[in-house]
Write a protein that binds this ligand. Structure first.
Ligand code: AMP
Ligand code: ZN
Length: 474
């Protein structure tokens, strides 16, 4: 089965085919962070979802050009810069660095390009100029430039491609200056915002006087520059469908006269303990908050990847504890396979043998079904169960173990969980273990047991195997 994805544009699941005539290259744009604070766990659900899409495309053999912008100028940022009495670059730089560190901690592949809005002012101005020249944008008395929905529709273009809008009640020429607004207040939106004293130093020259770009035009300009006037995939959280993505479509198609994006994918939101996250409810978490509680990025990633991207996900701290246990099962199984396959060169596993691996086939089938991740995890845990059973029955040959291991690595190229590296055994622990072996040899079992307890208290369990002592970190 080919890769099928739910396209918000058609409101249906469609087979994915790239625009590239050779069927190889895929351009993918995901709206990036607005760098005015640390990203919260809801934001991370969306970015981990984008990583899943990219990894699935790569797993399916495509060459992906992944672009994620950095929104480093918009209404909220300017407000915070003013409140913090700092400069735009200093303020956004701090949160951009934190964002990229967190992205790594969550095991996300780094986007190939991370354009910043402030470094694309000429492209933004050029795009607005095109819209003005085509008669779908105008400068209003307040000095700002707005996009005219009426003129755009008058050219036969459709405003409201991602969701149904009631445009009959809209009064022509009514304007909305802020970047964020509800669909009930759909109106001409700002492309270029004329300078106001509250903007401080955050201002650029333009043919319409001093000012700064609106948020929506930033993404149109950066995505077109990086991926061309028409590209394959555009992603974001579901809250971005309106107005952000609808406005991106209008600006881009209004300027180029070409379809903007072939596939729009939207990730559903995340709730925490059943409620919308908010600082006042005390259920607001950044990744850093969770790391400080002793969880790992890998556990958070696993949990965020357990639900289908189009379902609202309820994030809980209990869920994170469960993630630790689930990952422990995978790690244990993978470690046993590594041991069994230790001396076999991977050359012994032919691509044919690997492609015949039944779990890998089922896993691929699940992913290609609109990223059915719950079914994919079902396959992984069936695989863990079967493998453990075969190991316990001694019925797994080294070559089977290696094939299973390579199949896991292929599946993990999508999940990005990795298997936990063997913890390094500290010298003190190794010395205690040796002392215990000596005590056992001398038939001093009381001393041997006492050492075992001491090791356990220090967080280590040891196992006597025919190949020697095996250490396990608790
Ligand atoms: P922002 O930095 O506010 O522009 O948001 C970055 C991304 O996070 C956007 O794609 C939003 O749609 C997404 N997002 C914001 N809140 C949530 C949430 N609670 N659950 C999932 N995604 C979210
Ligand atoms: Zn965007």
């Amino acid at each position: 089965m080919a890769l099928n994805l739910f396209n918000t544009l058609s409101r249906s699941v469609q087979p994915f085919t790239p625009l590239d005539p050779s069927g190889q290259r895929v351009g993918m744009y995901c709206c990036g962070p607005t760098v005015y604070d640390y990203a919260h766990i809801g934001n991370w659900r969306t970015f981990v979802f984008a990583d899943l899409v990219r990894r699935t495309l790569e797993f399916s053999g495509y060459t992906v050009q992944h672009v994620m912008n950095i929104t480093d100028v918009e209404d909220k940022i300017i407000k915070r810069v003013r409140e913090n009495k700092t400069t735009l670059r200093e303020f956004t730089g701090k949160f951009e660095t934190a964002f990229l560190d967190d992205l790594k901690a969550l095991g996300c592949r780094e986007p190939h390009r991370k354009p910043r809005a402030t470094e694309h002012i000429p492209e933004i101005i050029a795009l607005i100029k095109k819209l003005v020249a085509r008669g779908v944008a105008y400068q209003a008395a307040d000095g700002s430039v707005y996009f005219s929905i009426e003129k755009y529709r008058g050219c036969g273009c459709c405003y409201g491609q991602l969701l149904k809008l009631n445009l009959d009640e809209m009064r022509a020429g009514e304007r909305v200056a802020s970047d964020e607004y509800e669909k009930e207040s759909v109106a001409d939106f700002a492309l270029w915002k004329a300078f106001v004293p509250e903007d401080g130093d955050v201002t650029w020259d333009s043919p319409w006087g001093k000012g700064r770009p609106g948020w929506h035009i930033e993404c149109s300009a950066m995505s077109i520059k990086a991926l061309g006037e028409t590209f394959d995939l555009h992603l974001g959280g579901e809250d971005l469908k309106f107005p952000h993505h609808e406005d991106e479509i209008a600006q881009s198609e209004g300027a180029t006269g070409k379809p903007f994006v072939k596939f729009w994918l939207h990730g559903a939101h995340l709730l925490v303990e059943g409620k919308k996250m908010s600082k006042s409810l005390g259920n607001f978490f950044t990744l850093r908050d969770l790391l400080a509680k002793g969880f790992t990025g890998r556990e958070v990633r696993y949990l965020l990847l357990t639900a289908h991207y189009r379902e609202t996900f309820n994030f809980t701290l209990d869920g994170l504890t469960g993630a630790k246990t689930a990952l422990g099962r995978i790690d244990e199984c993978v470690a046993k396979l590594r041991e069994l396959a230790a001396n076999i060169p991977s050359l012994n596993v032919t691509p044919h043998l690997l492609s015949e691996h039944s779990h890998l086939k089922l896993f691929t089938y699940a992913l290609h079904d609109d990223l059915n991740i719950s079914a994919a995890w079902g396959v992984i845990f069936d695989w863990v169960r079967d493998t453990n059973k075969r190991i316990a029955e001694n019925s797994i040959s080294p070559i089977d173990a290696l094939t299973a291991l390579l199949a896991w690595e292929k599946m993990d190229s999508v999940l990005g969980i990795g298997a936990k590296a063997e913890a390094e055994v500290p010298a003190e622990i190794a010395a205690l273990a040796e002392e215990r072996t000596a005590a056992k040899k001398a038939k001093d079992f009381k001393r041997a047991d006492a050492i075992r307890d001491e090791l356990k208290a220090k967080g280590w369990v040891i196992e006597d195997t025919p190949k020697g002592i095996k250490f396990k970190k608790l």
